[in-house]
Design a protein around this ligand. Structure first.
Ligand code: ROI
Length: 151
């Protein structure tokens, strides 16, 4: 069974409600099994400081879907929760669901890069990931614990 790790983030419209609602949708979704969810972390916005703080978390799941199918499901959940895709890069968002890892797969597709291309640089990803999977490594063998320590 491949374990999938998902990053969740919100900084608009009651972030705690947004994360809980997305997790509930995932937990009830046919063909998805939600195994673990980290604590929710309040974090300072990265890349664009002029916006509200974020609430971030990481979830571990398994599913019967292929990565692009799961991506469609996640983007539908984002849209259902009122996310407007802005042309402004790094803008505030009601809900961000990022596929971080899909087992040990390496994927380079126009719609999906796995491992997530910036996860190794993001404290708000690595900290909650470490909480639920302290021994996890990336497909290239790098330990998430070591990446976190380097930040
Ligand atoms: N900053 C934080 N702290 N958390 C996020 O989830 C997040 N997401 C983003 C950008 C704008 C890069 N900054 C963030 O997309």
């Amino acid at each position: 069974m491949e374990l999938v790790y998902l990053g969740l983030g919100s900084n608009l419209n009651h972030p705690q409600h947004q994360l809980n609602k997305a997790l509930q949708t995932l937990a009830n979704y046919n063909g998805i099994k939600l195994h673990q969810v980290s604590s929710f972390y309040q974090t300072k916005p990265l890349n664009n400081a002029n916006q509200p703080d974020y609430l971030n978390a990481v979830a571990e799941l398994s599913c019967k879907y292929q990565p692009l199918e799961l991506l469609d499901i996640l983007q539908n959940i984002e849209t259902m929760q009122g996310r407007i895709r802005s042309d402004i890069r790094w803008s505030s968002r009601t809900l961000d669901l990022d596929l971080l890892l899909f087992g040990k797969r390496i994927i380079n597709h126009p719609r999906l890069i796995i491992p997530h291309y910036q996860m190794h640089l993001r404290h708000f990803v690595l900290q909650p990931l470490y909480e639920i999977a302290p021994n996890l490594s990336l497909p290239n063998g790098q330990k998430c614990k070591d990446l976190l320590a380097k930040l």
